[in-house]
Design a binder for this molecule. Structure first.
Ligand code: AHR
Length: 495
């Protein structure tokens, strides 16, 4: 018989910190993410900006406390030559974006623009190096250019271009999707290539050690993880990537809005696969790295659907509904619960591309349901993980089932406990009984919900979906009963 209630038991806080870098974002030169999204040009008089970067975007992302931002790709990274994006803008060569829409870019948003923007956002940059079509020297030079404090060819060039102090960039991707757009390499060939590139990436002693991330597996390619963990010397790597996108089917992704119940259920199945992927890739990593020194970095995740009608298919512009809020809530709970190994992740992508947190149209900007989930969950950043045991009720659809309720919990530095709960069931309210282990004096909650699953914010109604105060819970001694409406995300604060 189907269990009616979900039972969640909180254990004592663990020694594991939920690394804030799990809440990272991604900005590729793709469609209107960088150009038109982040960057509108220094001369733009219509859209308020700081050195060409939209002020409204900066304010919204600061509110999210985004911990890191990955750039310039994605597939674009393995075509990008950073030296073309420095120096006086009028003299810069162009680049054709061969992966995304075939558009010609003027390289006006380059290394200085990105790294200065990260300072504005108070976020850490994560630079993705070109391994596919670049050279070892080129990547070594980039590290020297942005990180070397003394006198050196690249640091001197940086100064000539107006920046005295190094930016001290810690996070570096050594290629992207090396199994595909990054060069169609085999795992064993890439692991040798990786070793060579990583060897010449000097730390220049000012970042506390570079954090080098190897291009990881495509979804469930466990052989890839196995080979890299075996072949790459562990003193050369700090993180191993993993990419997984949620959709109905890779070859028939379905629309971003107006999807059917079947398409919704299939997307939830695909999103929930992240749990299995993280477990299985981690188990392989555990064999070679039992002390968990190397992080699993899920540097691309999110929902990927068909583009909005009338938009460039290469620009990957899609709307963002309550389905995306479910993906975000569920996936972030998975990452939190595996925080020992998953120590960094990047939602794809920040603005106007795939599962964006922000959409822009000329001067207008809207925040998506995904933005609101990220904002509600920021309480977990750098908090201590509270392990849970969960017996979830089921979400049943046409004879198939998924756990309906997905939860994670943590205790922050201020001593407050936060519990994030998602009910992905499209139709049923679910009751969750939480065994707290003690009773709390002050309890409050926030909820993200809407009347219809397909609901989303639009430029006409930008605040149709936003978090509200939540009172659907009752404490009885050490127990808390919570009622979660269908397709809703709740974050509780207990003190
Ligand atoms: O995020 C869009 C694309 O998805 C990235 O460029 C690539 O790495 C992945 O295939």
């Amino acid at each position: 018989a189907q269990q009616k209630k979900t039972i969640v038991t909180l254990q004592a806080p663990s020694n594991t910190t939920i690394n804030k870098h799990i809440y990272g974002h991604f900005a590729e030169h793709l469609g209107r993410c960088v150009y038109g999204g982040f960057y509108v040009g220094e001369d733009n008089e219509r859209i308020p900006n700081t050195a060409g970067v939209r002020n409204d975007v900066v304010a919204a992302l600061k509110e999210l406390q985004i911990p890191n931002l990955r750039w310039p790709g994605g597939c674009f990274a393995d075509t990008y030559h950073w030296k073309d994006g420095i120096g006086p803008k009028p003299g810069r060569p162009t680049i054709v974006n061969s992966w995304w829409g075939g558009v010609t870019e003027d390289n006006s948003f380059g290394t200085h623009d990105f790294l200065n923007m990260c300072e504005l956002l108070e976020t850490e940059p994560y630079l993705a190096g070109n391994v596919g079509s670049g050279e070892v020297q080129e990547l070594a030079d980039w590290v020297q250019y942005v990180n070397h404090a003394g006198e050196s060819p690249m640091a001197d060039l940086r100064r000539t271009n107006g920046r005295e102090e190094p930016w001290k960039v810690k996070f570096w991707g050594v290629g992207n999707e090396a199994w595909g757009c990054g060069g169609n390499m085999t795992a064993s060939y890439y692991s040798d290539v990786y070793r060579k590139y990583a060897t010449f990436m000097s730390d220049w002693t000012n970042t506390g050690g570079l954090f080098r991330i190897a291009s990881g597996a495509n979804v469930d390619d466990y052989e890839w993880t196995e080979t890299l963990m075996k072949n790459i010397k562990h003193n050369l790597v700090e993180g191993l990537a993993l990419h997984h996108y949620a959709n109905v089917e890779w070859n028939s992704k379905g629309p971003a809005t107006g999807y059917s119940d079947t398409q919704y259920f299939k997307t939830m199945q695909s999103a929930w696969k992240m749990d299995e992927l993280v477990r299985k890739h981690s188990a392989i990593m555990d064999k070679y790295d039992p002390k968990k020194r190397i992080a699993l970095v899920v540097d691309e995740w999110g929902g990927w659907y068909e583009v909005e009608e009338g938009t460039n298919p290469g620009f990957l512009y899609q709307q963002n509904t309550m389905r995306d809020a479910m993906i975000a809530g569920l996936t972030l709970n998975v990452f939190n619960n595996h925080a020992e190994r998953v120590r960094m992740a990047n939602l794809a992508q920040t603005i106007n591309v795939l599962q964006a947190v922000i959409l822009t149209k000329d001067e207008q900007m809207i925040l998506t349901p995904t933005y609101h989930v990220m904002e509600m969950y920021k309480v977990h950043q750098d908090a201590q993980l509270i392990p849970l045991s969960v017996e979830s009720a089921l979400y049943t659809f046409e004879g198939e089932t998924l756990p309906a309720v997905h939860t994670s919990a943590s205790v922050g530095k201020d001593g407050k406990t936060h519990i994030s709960i998602v009910n992905i069931d499209a139709k049923q309210t679910h009751q969750v009984d939480l065994n707290l282990g003690k009773s709390y004096k002050n309890l409050s909650g926030r909820i993200l919900k809407s009347a219809s699953l397909n609901d989303h914010n639009t430029f006409e109604k930008p605040d149709a979906i936003k978090p509200e105060s939540f009172k659907g819970f009752k404490q009885n001694a050490n127990q808390l009963a919570v009622e979660l409406p269908p397709f809703s995300v709740v974050v509780l604060t207990l003190d």
